[in-house]
Design a protein around this ligand. Structure first.
Ligand SMILES: Nc1ncnc2c1ncn2[C@@H]1O[C@H](COP(=O)(O)OP(=O)(O)OP(=O)(O)O)[C@@H](O)[C@H]1O
Length: 238
């Protein structure tokens, strides 16, 4: 049975006519988009196509976009960036617990760290972590807040290829277990296909291609071809 079937009937994010310009240049040009609850969506697009701008709008980090159209998003949103944004003067567990209160917070923080494979590293300083470990800690910090929506802006962009593959497996596993809606911004066509159930291509301020991904390895080559074509990219060097 397809996971999250029931949840998919309820949209987590709804955008209607969302527009954003910078210095007279339109970056988002009346975006209409529904992200069903529990869906894992990837957002692809060329550099400068407005992916981060859209993600920031959905995260509620851009007050200027608010009046341009209609934007509905859950209250419990976590954002993960390419840089872990751990505070260097706080130990790993204290970073994960930042801003959390309640008797149960520490237990939850420790459990989240164990879930991302950082058990035993609770008292480490961020400077003692590898890039991959820092991103694991960033995921734990998001998880512990039990987000309905996880927004991830190139979270693996700075990692080496092997670490990235391991992080893909971890993120997909966390998503399966906790079932947040996910919007992942990436430049990487393969990452989008491997992780997401739906891939959007942002082009000229609009969603140019909206592709459902079946979890069937045989179809991956075809998806790749369609996504590269939507991005206007030709592969191969003779
Ligand atoms: N605060 C800002 N002030 C002025 N221009 C901005 C601002 N934020 C974004 N832009 C412009 O909006 C366009 C889209 O930027 P955005 O960061 O959303 O693109 P992106 O698709 O995420 O790019 P990348 O993949 O390189 O991160 C770019 O041309 C950028 O220069």
């Amino acid at each position: 049975m397809a996971p999250h079937t029931e949840q998919l009937t309820r949209p987590a994010v709804q955008l209607r006519g969302l527009t954003r310009s910078f210095e007279g240049r339109t970056v988002l040009d009346g975006i209409d988009l529904d992200l069903p609850a529990g869906q894992f969506t990837a957002l692809l697009g060329h550099s400068g196509s407005g992916k981060s701008t859209l993600l920031r709008a959905i995260a509620g980090l851009d007050h200027k976009v608010a009046g341009s159209g209609r934007l509905t998003a859950p209250e419990k949103v976590s954002v993960v960036f390419q840089d872990s944004r751990l505070l260097p003067w706080r130990r790993v567990l204290d970073n994960v617990l930042l801003g959390l209160n309640g008797a149960d917070a520490e237990r939850k923080g420790r459990a989240a760290l164990a879930e991302v494979g950082l058990e035993g590293r609770e008292r480490a300083w961020p400077s003692e972590l590898s890039g991959g470990e820092a991103q694991r800690a960033a995921l734990a910090r998001s998880l512990v807040r039990e987000p309905e929506l996880l927004l991830a802006d190139e979270p693996f962009g700075a990692l080496d290829a092997l670490t990235r593959i391991r992080m893909h497996a971890l993120l997909r596993e966390l998503w399966t277990r906790h079932q947040p809606s996910v919007l992942l911004v990436t430049h990487d066509v393969d990452e989008a296909i491997v992780l997401a159930d739906r891939v959007l291509v942002l082009d000229s301020g609009r969603v140019g291609l909206d592709l459902a991904i079946e979890r069937d390895a045989r179809a991956r080559g075809e998806y790749r071809g369609r996504l590269l074509a939507a991005l206007g990219v030709t592969e191969g060097v003779g």
